[in-house]
Design a protein around this ligand. Structure first.
Ligand SMILES: Cc1cc2nc3c(=O)[nH]c(=O)nc-3n(C[C@H](O)[C@H](O)[C@H](O)COP(=O)(O)OP(=O)(O)OC[C@H]3O[C@@H](n4cnc5c(N)ncnc54)[C@H](O)[C@@H]3O)c2cc1C
Length: 472
């Protein structure tokens, strides 16, 4: 007689099939649910979640996935707005199961080299935590996505994130010195150099920056940092209309003053913030600009004077934040915009177009026209100084269905491109914009990009269904 074997516990089964210790690997339904979405509103369902704690463990997970016919979706904190971290099989046209590779437990600060103004981190470190650690040394890391209190530096690299300070200081790619990454084959590579300059072959570190988890898994990041500026002045300029605010943006930039931030909020954005978390913004204003200058006190006072002149000529009322409390209140209002608009419209879509700053007034007028044409309310806010507007589409009910939204987005992107712009300034293509990428990128360039993907990832192991539209 054969005795039936004892039923194996969940932990025992996981141990047999897991590439990592049980605490770092899960097939539990609550984890599969929690790791199935990001901030784009898109959802999917993985078959497993892994939390590696070293590059070797990342390599083990990739090997396990390959051997078990699974595909791998790298993930930071899931704050992405284009669906890059969402595990989708059907939209990717595949039948394989998906494993989410969460980098959040690889979150150590490895080194601050204040002599050479560099810092080395693991990818799961939160951007805002790095800012606080650096401030103790009188340093800062300029890229400051508005989500900086909850997004990871690995996610920032993978999306080439920007933020309000990008106007003066540039985006993530401008600060990358060296990356460690695990290739889909499991090989661990180092690319770039620890020095401030290096021209040795193709710049693969920059190529991985903005690759949205489709080429390799980033496991270590060496970044440039800067000394904290001597003084910061924060101005609030209140305008009667979005168009006047737009003219102020292009005049400030054309006048040769580069503030560290030049953020715009239109009327719909202001009223959403005041409904969500009142901070005393002027809710009857047509638009406002939040402007910051940093540097030597004398220089920035001169620059602030020039900006006040430009805004006053456009009938704006300009005030200066008098203390840290007043500055924080303004930034709190700016940072709460995304949740405030979700509060107004849980179905909202957030677009991320960018145009040359001189075309901002025309773009703002076009947004208003497109909203009227399709009968769908829209709000615009964002990093106007570098031309990057977060256009939020706020369908009032389900009758404003998918085909209308597709037509609206096509009009929005077409107008952006007509004005010399680009359909994504910082959120990337991911899932949400892959059907529109062909509006901007020619077939020849697309084929080069597909060739790069094939070179890094011949089996299509990493992040299937992202960036590229379905091949004809
Ligand atoms: C309220 C709000 C405000 C925002 N403001 C800004 C802003 O001002 N500027 C801006 O640029 N973005 C902004 N974003 C978007 C988002 O925060 C950024 O894109 C951020 O860089 C994503 O980081 P994450 O850790 O959440 O990455 P995730 O969303 O988890 O992943 C994003 C992409 O990166 C890939 N990825 C993540 N980690 C790795 C890794 N280690 N190796 C390889 N691939 C990886 C994923 O596969 C995915 O494709 C905002 C989002 C929200 C919700």
């Amino acid at each position: 007689m054969i005795w039936p074997g004892k039923e194996k516990s969940k932990e025992e089964k996981e141990k047999e099939t897991s590439p990592l210790p049980a605490k770092n690997f899960s097939t539990g339904p609550e984890d599969l649910l929690a790791y199935g979405f990001d901030s784009s509103g898109r959802t999917g369902r993985p078959s497993a979640v892994a939390w590696p704690q070293s590059a070797d463990e990342v390599a083990k997970v990739l090997k396990h996935a390959r051997e078990n016919g699974m595909k791998v979706v790298p993930r930071g904190a899931g704050t992405g707005m284009s669906g890059g971290a969402v595990p989708v099989a059907s939209q990717a046209g595949i039948s394989s199961s998906l494993l989410v590779l969460s980098m959040e437990r690889m979150n150590r600060l490895l080194d601050i080299d204040s002599g050479n103004l560099t810092v080395t981190v693991e990818p799961g470190m939160i951007n805002g935590r790095l800012q606080r650690e650096l401030s103790v040394y009188g340093l800062f890391y300029p890229p400051d996505p508005t989500s900086m209190e909850f997004c990871t530096l690995g996610g920032n690299v993978a999306e080439n994130a920007g933020g309000p300070r990008a106007l003066k200081y540039g985006v993530t790619a401008d600060y990358i010195l060296e990356l460690e990454a695990v290739l889909p084959s499991g090989e661990i590579i180092k690319t770039g150099a620890g020095t401030r300059k290096s021209v040795v072959g193709y710049n693969l570190a920059k190529l991985l920056t903005g690759s949205e988890g489709t080429l390799a898994v980033i496991t270590k990041i060496k970044l440039k940092v800067l000394p904290i500026p001597q003084e910061i002045i924060t101005l609030l300029a209140v305008f009667d209309s979005a168009e006047s605010a737009g003219h102020a943006v292009s005049s400030i930039i054309a006048g040769g003053t580069i503030p560290r931030t030049l953020e715009i909020m239109d009327r719909a954005s202001i009223s959403a913030v005041e409904r969500y978390s009142p901070t005393g913004l002027p809710h009857n204003a047509g638009a406002l600009l939040l402007i910051e200058l940093d540097g030597h006190p004398n220089t920035i006072r001169d620059e602030a004077g020039k900006i006040v002149d430009v805004c006053s000529k456009l009938d704006a009322e300009v005030t200066m934040a008098e203390d840290e409390f007043a500055k924080d209140a303004l930034w709190k209002a700016r940072r709460s915009l995304s949740p405030a608009l979700y509060n107004v419209c849980p179905r909202k879509l957030s677009e991320d177009i960018v145009v040359p700053p001189s075309r901002i007034p025309e773009m703002l007028a076009s947004i208003s026209n497109i909203s009227g044409k399709h009968g769908v309310p829209m709000a615009a806010f964002g990093h106007a100084g570098d031309g990057n507007l977060h256009v939020n589409i706020l369908p009032e009910d389900l009758s404003q269905g998918a085909s209308n939204i597709t037509a609206l987005l096509t009009d929005l992107f077409a107008r952006t491109l007509e004005l010399g712009g680009s359909i994504s300034g910082e959120h990337g293509i991911g899932l949400t914009k892959k059907d529109y990428i062909g509006m901007e990128i020619s077939p020849a360039v697309m084929e080069l990009m597909r060739g790069i993907k094939r070179t890094f990832d011949p089996e299509g192991l990493l992040n299937p269904g992202k960036i590229f539209p379905k091949e004809p």
